[in-house]
Design a protein around this ligand. Structure first.
Ligand SMILES: [Fe+2]
Length: 522
């Protein structure tokens, strides 16, 4: 209660007691009037009235004092209760340590996290729970605290009873009585997770930094051209290789359109870098520029976490040298193929020139064999080999005496034995040609018979390659439909009847049936 209120209270009491006593006296003692007692009181009336006022003031003061004491006591109880609640329920660890390092008290969270019991605390000191790695700086901080300095945000590593390391951060101050330090009070927060996360983040940053460094080194030292383009195909970054390729200073390239330098030739490639953002060049694409350079180009758009386009990375690999080599190789292969075809033609021509009676025989046999093979459904690759073998099947006759080939009479047994050597002779002539190795069995066995009475080895049935069986039928049919020096052509009908008569003995049944079908349709 302030002075103004006290003064007003005294004045109010004075007026009240004065008035009431002035009323009471005439009524009780029947002396004088209310006015005389009010305005001209006697000395003892003044004394009584002042005494009453004093008693009332004392009562009021006493009551006020008691109320204050109760309020202070209530506040203290509430404060203690709040502190106890905080102390017991705090998530942080709270400890009070004596100047010698022994524990005075710790809160339940401290017990729970570190695992020591109240009994353990009687036998250990603060220094026993500090990890050796941070013991020095904690000891130094403890001395500073004992000198009266508050230490804030100190980090330390505590060791739990089971040996687990707990990273903590906290504030420490002192409690003094009469200027003498009697204890330190500290509150610590477990930051083990935070420290672990910080460690992981540091590791991550290290990885990112290393990756960035590696990327920069790769970017700047790559033999490939690497450029970054914005959505309008402006160059926003490029490596040294690109500047070297276009022979311009790097500062003159930024902001320029990529197609200023990489205009491709659409007539040869069908692609253009201008189509990058259509997503057509995601895969490696072959591009030829107007300057005559060949490039393999890849394009990779980069998006942010919301899927918004950021830029494109274009990698262009100069393969001009490789393409030129490929072209030369292709030209060489075509030349070699042409050479091979001419070689085969030359061999056939040589055979035709040797005997006018067999001129055109090889070409006709090749035609028949190809038709039969197609009718039987052979693969294209086998048909090509069969046609080649048909053209060269009698090449061994180059080594046969001319008079035997042109003899108007029938051959003697001895002469026929000489002629029968031509499959082996043909094989021997061609065996050095790598491209013909697959047709050698067809040439060697084109006179073998299904019944095993053919030559040179007398193979039977499936022992004879299928294409050799086809070649044998085609060869025999053409021989029977052509003139020979020792006879005129027996004719097509005779040849057909011979095919039927020898079906299954000289000739393969499937081949004959296919050929008869062709002949009946022709
Ligand atoms: Fe032959």
């Amino acid at each position: 209660m302030n002075k103004r209120k006290v003064m007003w209270l005294v004045i109010k009491l004075l007026i009240a007691v004065w008035v009431i006593d002035s009323i009471v006296d005439p009524l009780i003692f029947e002396e004088g009037t209310f006015i005389s007692h009010l305005l001209t009181p006697s000395a003892h009336e003044v004394f009584v009235r002042l005494l009453l006022i004093g008693i009332l003031l004392f009562a009021v003061y006493n009551r006020t004092l008691l109320a204050k004491q109760k309020a202070v006591q209530h506040t203290a109880q509430e404060s203690e209760e709040r502190y106890r609640t905080l102390f017991e329920n705090a998530h942080d660890m709270i400890q009070s340590v004596a100047p010698d390092g022994s524990f005075i008290f710790v809160n339940p969270s401290w017990i729970k996290k570190l695992g020591y019991t109240q009994e353990d605390l009687k036998t250990i000191t603060m220094f026993d729970i500090i990890h050796p790695d941070c013991r020095d700086h904690c000891t130094a901080a403890f001395k500073r605290v004992m000198s009266g300095e508050a230490v804030n945000n100190i980090e330390a590593t505590f060791i739990s009873k089971n040996g687990r390391k707990i990273e903590v951060e906290g504030n420490v101050n002192v409690r003094s009585v009469d200027g003498k330090v009697i204890a330190t009070q500290g509150i610590f927060r477990d930051i083990t997770r935070r420290k672990k996360a910080e460690g992981q983040l540091a590791g991550l940053l290290k990885d990112v930094t290393r990756a960035k460094t590696e990327w920069e080194i790769t970017f700047n030292n790559s033999m490939e051209i690497i450029i970054l383009l914005d959505k309008d195909l402006n160059i926003i970054k490029h490596n040294k290789r690109f500047a070297d390729f276009v022979e311009l200073p790097p500062q003159e390239l930024l902001g320029r359109k990529c197609y200023d330098f990489f205009t491709c030739n659409p007539t040869e490639t069908g692609h253009c870098l201008g189509k990058i953002h259509d997503g057509e060049l995601r895969e490696w694409t072959e591009v030829k520029t107007n300057s005559g350079h060949w490039f393999y180009i890849s394009h990779c758009p980069i998006f942010d976490e919301n899927g918004k386009f950021l830029h494109s990375i274009v990698i262009a690999s100069d393969v001009t040298s490789l393409k030129n080599t490929q072209q030369r190789l292709q030209d060489s292969e075509e030349e070699l193929d042409s050479l091979f075809v001419n070689f085969v033609k030359a061999m056939v021509n040589a055979l035709d020139a040797k005997s006018p009676w067999t001129k055109g025989h090889s070409e006709r046999v090749a035609g028949y064999a190809e038709q039969i093979a197609k009718e039987m459904g052979l693969e294209d690759e086998k048909i090509i080999l069969l046609r080649l073998a048909s053209l060269l099947h009698d090449i061994g006759k180059i080594g046969t005496y001319d008079y035997l080939l042109d003899k108007p009479e029938s051959l003697t047994e001895e002469e026929f034995e000489a002629v029968k050597k031509h499959p082996d002779q043909g094989t021997a002539i061609l065996k050095g040609v790598k491209q013909l190795k697959d047709i050698l069995p067809l040439i060697r066995y084109h006179h073998e018979r299904i019944d095993g009475k053919g030559y040179p080895e007398g193979l039977k049935g499936e022992e004879i390659p299928l294409c050799a069986r086809i070649l044998h039928v085609a060869d025999s049919f053409d021989s029977m439909t052509a003139d020979r020096p020792y006879r005129s052509s027996p004719g097509k009908e005779y040849a057909i009847s011979e095919l039927k008569r020898c079906n299954g003995t000289r000739f393969d049944t499937r081949v004959v049936e296919a050929f008869l079908k062709i002949l009946s349709n022709s």
